[in-house]
Write a protein that binds this ligand. Structure first.
Ligand code: ZN
Length: 473
């Protein structure tokens, strides 16, 4: 008997039989008997009397085209004929799956959209996640569970108690340790078959291309403009898809930027907003499940790109309002004058993204002479120099902590509350961590105030470095 191995995409025509046994003396007669048994297979194998050009036939491990007699070659009992079509994922790409992996991924393997071919592509795939915070957590966990073979993680932060409300990859036992180590231990617990590569660094123009070029798909899970433009530009220059997500309070956005096939992030916004105008989650807050909802959509897009199925979110921006629970979809177009992905780009290499976004390397969004450290403020208070310390947080936050002598003027009311304070008075602005106060500084600057300083790190830094009796939150 001759065994004929049927590839996954053709099993639909063999009643799902993987291996057919026939009695035949040549390859040709074996295939004829196969067609007699399963006539629906014929158009997929033959064009007239010829084997289709995109179908290869192997006798044992030999391609029959290289056998002297080709399809007329004789077969002997126990021989194996394999049919390998080059279409529809016929040739299985990527590494084979072990018995354990077949068990682990069985719910994928039985789906026609994934199957063995898709699962092997997942195993072969290399995905880079920039940030292991709110969005990075669910993305990394689902991709690990799905069997993405190599996952690179970029972060430099340590796990903080305030992360745990949404960053589900981290847990209470890991507070104070590096986010990457924490993420790696969670991911290896979910799936020890995958390879997790750690890049413990701030992604910047000096290292982004070297890191990103090692991966097939990049996923932006950060919350600052410098990194967002950096990731976009690096992906355009290296021609990689960039799966984008962003979140704020109850609202989220997702898209796939892939300059090869659609618009990039700069096609939408050629430049970032002025520093301090758009609040981050650290300042504005975010509902804890939102990164879960947006992150899992990103993870789904990544899997679709890897297995080559479905309609990717290229050229579409998906908006979620989780408070009203409404999705909307906007069409995105490639900007023919895009600074980086058009036919005549002005940006042809990475630039200094801190400068481009008008921020200090610490992300505060201010010029160097507009900031003051908590140590400097402490000295200034001790020397008795005349100044006004304005706390721009909300009243309920002042109940948690306050710096003695500060005057409360919530950031969104500061323009009215500042009243007729002299424009040249030394004003120090303070909030929780330094972002809202940077925005308040921007507001006062527009009103003509000239002697403004933003307290770096806000009251939390003050509590940490100057007055440990104050609570951090
Ligand atoms: Zn573009």
């Amino acid at each position: 008997m001759i065994k004929i191995e049927i590839p996954t995409p053709l099993r639909a025509y063999t009643e799902n039989n993987k291996r057919i046994e026939v009695d035949a003396a040549t390859i040709n007669s074996a295939l004829s008997k196969l067609i007699e048994l399963y006539p629906k297979l014929r158009p997929h194998l033959y064009d007239g009397d010829m084997i289709r050009s995109f179908v290869n036939v192997y006798l044992n491990d030999e391609d029959v085209r290289y056998l002297e007699l080709g399809l007329d070659s004789e077969t002997t009992n126990g021989d194996m004929i394999s049919i390998i079509p080059s279409i529809a994922g016929g040739v299985l790409e990527g590494p084979e799956l072990s018995k354990h992996e077949i068990e682990r991924y069985s719910r994928h393997l039985i789906m026609p959209e994934v199957g063995m071919s898709g699962q092997r592509k997942l195993k072969q795939a290399r995905v880079l996640l920039v940030g292991t915070g709110g969005l990075g957590s669910p993305i990394a966990m689902y991709l690990a569970a799905a069997g993405v073979g190599t996952m690179g993680l970029v972060d430099f932060d340590v796990v903080d108690y305030s992360n745990l409300q949404r960053q589900i990859i981290h847990n209470s036992n890991n507070v104070g340790i590096s986010k990457l180590q924490s993420a790696k231990s969670t991911l290896e617990g979910i799936n020890p078959e995958i390879n997790v590569v750690l890049h413990e660094t701030v992604l910047d123009s000096s290292n982004a291309l070297d890191i990103i070029k090692e991966y097939d798909i990049i996923c932006d899970g950060t919350d600052n403009y410098q990194t967002r433009y950096l990731v976009n530009d690096a992906c355009v220059l290296l021609n990689k898809p960039n799966v984008y997500g962003s979140i704020y309070r109850f609202e989220g956005q997702v898209s796939v930027f892939y300059a090869d096939k659609g618009p990039c992030y700069r096609c939408l916004y050629s430049e970032p907003p002025p520093p301090g105008l758009v609040p981050s989650c650290a300042e504005g807050g975010v509902i804890g499940v939102l990164p879960g909802m947006i992150g899992t959509i990103q993870a789904n897009e990544i899997i679709k790109l890897i297995i080559g199925q479905g309609e990717p979110l290229i050229g579409r921006l998906l908006l979620l309002d989780a408070l009203d629970m409404r999705f909307r979809e906007l069409k995105l177009r490639k900007n023919p004058d895009c600074l980086i992905c058009s036919d005549h780009p002005e940006v042809t290499a990475l630039i200094d993204y801190n400068e481009f976004c008008g921020v200090l390397p610490d992300g505060s969004g201010l010029q160097f002479n507009e900031t003051i450290s908590v140590k400097q403020l402490d000295e200034l208070r001790n020397t008795g120099i005349d100044h006004l310390l304005i706390d721009v947080r909300e009243p309920h936050e002042q109940e948690i902590s306050m710096i003695e002598g500060s005057v409360l003027m919530p950031q969104n009311q500061i323009a009215e509350l500042i009243g007729d304070t002299p424009k040249n008075k030394l004003i120090i602005l303070q909030c929780k961590s330094g972002v809202r106060s940077a925005r308040a500084l921007y507001t006062l600057k527009k009103l003509g105030f000239v002697n403004l300083k933003n307290l770096q790190g806000g009251i939390n830094a003050w509590a940490d470095k100057v007055d440990p009796s104050i609570a951090s939150y």
